[in-house]
Every structure is written in C-alpha cells, then in structure tokens.
Design a protein around this ligand. Structure first.
Ligand code: HMG
Ligand code: MG
Length: 298
C-alpha cells in the first residue's frame, strides 16, 4: 500500500503571507480527511516570529478532527515542550544536508541541529514511548545557497537521524530541482543504510519534475510520498521553492498506474479551493484543474 503524507496544512501554508483563520485551516483538514487522506502534517511548533502563519498551533491542535494520524514539525526543545503540553504523539524533526540552509532555516549548523534533535528525540521517547518521529533531510539534492549537494552528504545526515532514533527519514528536494537519475542515485545509497520502509520522499514541484521523481522512486520499491493538496507550498527560507507535488497529481498518477490510494480525487480536487480563494491563488495542480474542468462541463 502506498502512504501519502499530506503536508498541505503545514508546508502548503507556512510560506503564505495572507493569514488564514484557524477555523479555515480546520475545515481544510476536515475536507482532506473526508477525501481519504490518513496522515496529515497539521502545523509546526516553530517560532511564530519566524513563521507567523503557523502561530496558531496551540488553538489548532485541540480542534483537529478525529481520524487521521497527525504530525507537526518540532525545531528545538521549546517546540517539543509546546507539543508535549498538548499530548502530541507524532513529531517531525528537520535538518538538512547543508549548513548554509540550516543556518537560515533554524539558526543552527547541521551538526548543532543533530545535537539538538538528539536531545529532543530522547525527551520525546521518554515521555511518549509509543510516539513516532520523522526526520527530514532538506536540500537533499541542492541547496539554494550552497549549490549542488553530494548524495553521500545527504545520506550521512539521514544516517545520523536514524541513529538518534527516528522512525523514518523524508528526503526533501526543497527547491524542486531533481531529475529521476539523481533520485535513483540517492535512493541506491539510501538503501545501503536502511530498508525501504524507513524512507519517504518529499518532492517540491518547482520545475515540473516531481511526478517523474515519484515514478523513479516507485520503480525502486519506495512507497511513501509527501504531497500538498492544490500544490500549495514552499519554504520561507528557501528562495525559489515552489509548492510540493500536488496531492491531486500524485493520486491521479498512482491510481492510473494501478496503485490504490484510498483517496477520492473528486473530493480532493475541492478540498483546497476555499484556501486557494482566501490566498487569491488559482489551482496549480493539473489533475485538480482537469477534475474541476470536467465537472463544470457536466
Ligand atoms: P532563534 O531565534 O535562534 O531561537 O530561532 P532562540 O532559541 O534564540 O529564541 C528566540 C526567541 O524565540 C525566544 O523568545 C524563544 O522563546 C522563542 P523571546 O525570548 O525572544 O521572546 N522560541 C520559540 N517560540 C516558539 N516556539 C519555538 C521557539 N523556539 C524559540 N519552538 C528557531 C530558532 C528554530 C525557533 C527558528 O529558527 C524557527 O522557528 N525556525 C523554523 C523555520 C521553519 O519553520 N522553516 C520551514 C520548515 S522546514 C521546511 O519547510 C522544509 C521541509 O518541508 C522539507 C523540504 O522541503 O526539504 C520540512
Ligand atoms: Mg517542503
């Protein structure tokens, strides 16, 4: 079975300047759940000064509809304290393969972030023995500040995260540059250090290569992919980062390839529309646009 981790409410919104009311975020998440998504990254326990859009995490979390598995980003001990105060059971730690990126994103070097996350993971495990931890490696292929990244560097950071006890690592093409050959090269190194089920892929679709990259990873047996409804997304600390691969495009591609997702594309195509409207944006997902266009001609 394919796992889709919907990151729209977090990655999709974090870069948007127009404040989205908490009630609209909750309604968005409810629609994502009703469409069939079962793993949702709902928000971040980051500094509201750095990411104002997600400054409502405390009021959002208790209102989340029951059903999906929810996770949220934790950048440091303070973020963990906030998450634990609300009984959060799934957290995501986020480092990168480039010091230049982590410095701008979380004000730490990669090594400092790994030290800090080691302690965060330890405290989380102690208080939440059945909890789940994801580790992100951003800039897995290229950094917007330091340029191309050696695959061995990305895997080195992933291995450190696995050593400190994360349950899975999501490899992030933060600025959406990779092509399938690069995915295959990184994937082969990844499988040397951990089995398939330890890996997820997080492709931004800045240059339209994300579905080709998903296809390359699928061919190698990987089964977990992050995506964002409506193709929303970007990182405030990665200039030029476009949205994540749209969940609609991913679901269409998987279903059409004979891989069931449990997601209803018709409902999903509607899910992001109120948010897009609040942001004054048109849909960016081709599959979403196709579904909406077909409906309007019926
Ligand atoms: P800092 O300024 O170095 O933090 O930021 P500090 O420890 O010096 O503290 C400064 C102030 O922030 C203090 O408050 C702290 O209490 C407060 P003051 O005394 O000034 O009133 N503070 C916090 N408040 C709330 N929650 C916290 C927290 N920590 C400190 N957790 C920090 C360091 C990590 C906080 C900051 O850099 C930050 O929040 N960064 C987050 C950036 C972010 O969210 N980036 C986007 C997500 S990553 C991404 O998109 C990539 C991904 O999608 C994968 C991919 O695409 O590759 C995951
Ligand atoms: Mg991202």
């Amino acid at each position: 079975m394919i796992r889709i981790v919907e990151v729209g409410p977090r990655d999709g919104l974090q870069n948007e300047g127009t404040p989205i009311p908490t009630s609209e975020k909750l309604a968005f998440i409810e629609r994502l759940y009703r469409a069939g998504l079962r793993e949702i990254e709902a928000t971040s326990w980051v500094s509201p000064k750095w990411v104002p859009q997600l400054g409502d995490a405390e009021s959002l979390w208790p209102g989340l509809p029951e059903g999906p598995l929810y996770s949220a980003l934790v950048p440091n001990a303070k973020g963990l304290e906030r998450a634990l105060a609300l009984g959060v059971e799934r957290i995501a730690l986020f480092s990168a393969a480039s010091d230049a990126f982590t410095q701008r994103n979380i004000n730490m070097t990669v090594d400092q972030s790994l030290d800090a996350f080691g302690e965060v993971a330890r405290v989380f495990r102690e208080s939440t023995p059945l909890g789940w931890i994801r580790g992100y490696v951003s800039t897995a292929f290229e950094c917007p500040y330091a340029g191309r990244i050696e695959p061995a560097k990305t895997i080195w950071v992933a291995e450190r995260l696995l050593e400190l006890g994360v349950d899975e690592v999501s490899l992030g093409d933060t600025i959406g540059v990779a092509a399938p050959g690069e995915v295959r090269a990184l994937a082969k190194l990844a499988l040397v250090v951990a089995p398939l089920e330890k890996w997820a892929w997080h492709f931004h679709d800045t240059r339209g290569t994300a579905i080709a990259n998903v296809s390359a990873a699928l061919d190698l047996g990987f089964r977990a992919f992050d995506s964002s409804a409506g193709g929303l997304g970007g990182c405030p600390y990665a200039p030029g980062a476009g949205g994540n691969v749209a969940t609609e495009d991913l679901v269409y591609f998987l279903e059409r390839s004979g891989m069931p997702t449990g997601v209803d594309l018709e409902s999903l195509a509607q899910a992001s529309l109120p948010i897009l409207s609040l942001l004054g944006s048109a849909p960016r997902s081709k599959a979403q646009m196709a579904v909406l266009a077909t409906r309007s001609t019926q």
